[in-house]
Design a protein around this ligand. Sequence first.
Ligand SMILES: [Zn+2]
Ligand SMILES: [Zn+2]
Length: 364
Amino acid sequence: MGVKFKSPIVVEPDAFTWFDVELPDPGPYEVLFRNRACLICGSDLHVYKGLHPFAPLPACCGHEVAADVVAVGSKVASLQIGDRVYVAGTGAGPIPCGHCRNCVRGNPRQCLNPHVPTSFEVGGRRVARFPSGYGEYTIGHEGYAYKIPDNVSYFEAAVTTDMAYVIGVVQRSGATIGDTAVILGAGPIGLRTLEAARLAGISQLIVSEPVDYRRAMAKELGADAVVNPREEDAVDRVMKLTDGAGVDVVYDTAGAGQATKQGLAMLKTKIGGAGTLCLMGLYERPDLTFNASDLMRKAGKIVAEWGIATNRRKNVEDALMLMGQGRLHVLKWITHKLPERRADEAMRMLIEKKDGAIGVEIIH
Ligand SMILES: [Zn+2]
Ligand SMILES: [Zn+2]
């Protein structure tokens, strides 16, 4: 039986094409989700432009999804029809079986019987990340779904993927009470990092961001200082703000070589300063050059991590818990909610950084 609907797919760069697609009934451990809200992630913009390093076209966009459970497989024990859930990793790859020896040892990526519940081809090429959050339905293993606290809306829950991601990176960065930090970029990843870093106890948070309205949002969310790197030397400014010391941690969400170079220069300047640079933006041009001697002299450390790889269960649960407790203020930067048919408009708004767009969600 399954469901039939139209799904937007990027076949050629810079436009969606809608295709008639069908999803099967869920297998024993699988769940069919009706999507309600899907946050447009920076990585979706790379897909849309045909520049995503791990999702060649044709591909779907949309992996940050809040949904309703509309059908469950015969062996699903943790969810019921009607549950409100956050769905991790839509269409991102084969579903682990959950009961082979690698799965039960907590290593589902090495699953011995991975199952692909569905796939879709365009022009003989398999569509990457199908099905996704921009279409009306997705399907996945029950282990990919997390119940949303009653007081958390679909719009909030849709930011969970990368909220969990930034929580993981902030933890790996070793940031702790009294530390200082710079965040490069105040887009959806940068703003989530700002809130996670604050919760980790960072005492001085400086945000560098060229777009005026995004800098204003960083300020509203509690940045101690904001810098416009187009109008002033961001490294100089950070040195002034830290009395020449530099910062303990730089969270680089910009994904641009120039920003990364600046980030390295902002790290604790003394010999053995031991600052940490976290690479969090997807690079469209990933070949970087930097001064390795300077990094060694400062005993600096680089933490590099690509979002989806670290969607660890605890980080997701913590993100949902923190939203339920009102400790995160993600709704402040959800600036637009657009229906699926306006998906192209939504993408352009973000690529061109216009209309005050920061967090844009596709809603169903
Ligand atoms: Zn994302
Ligand atoms: Zn398995």
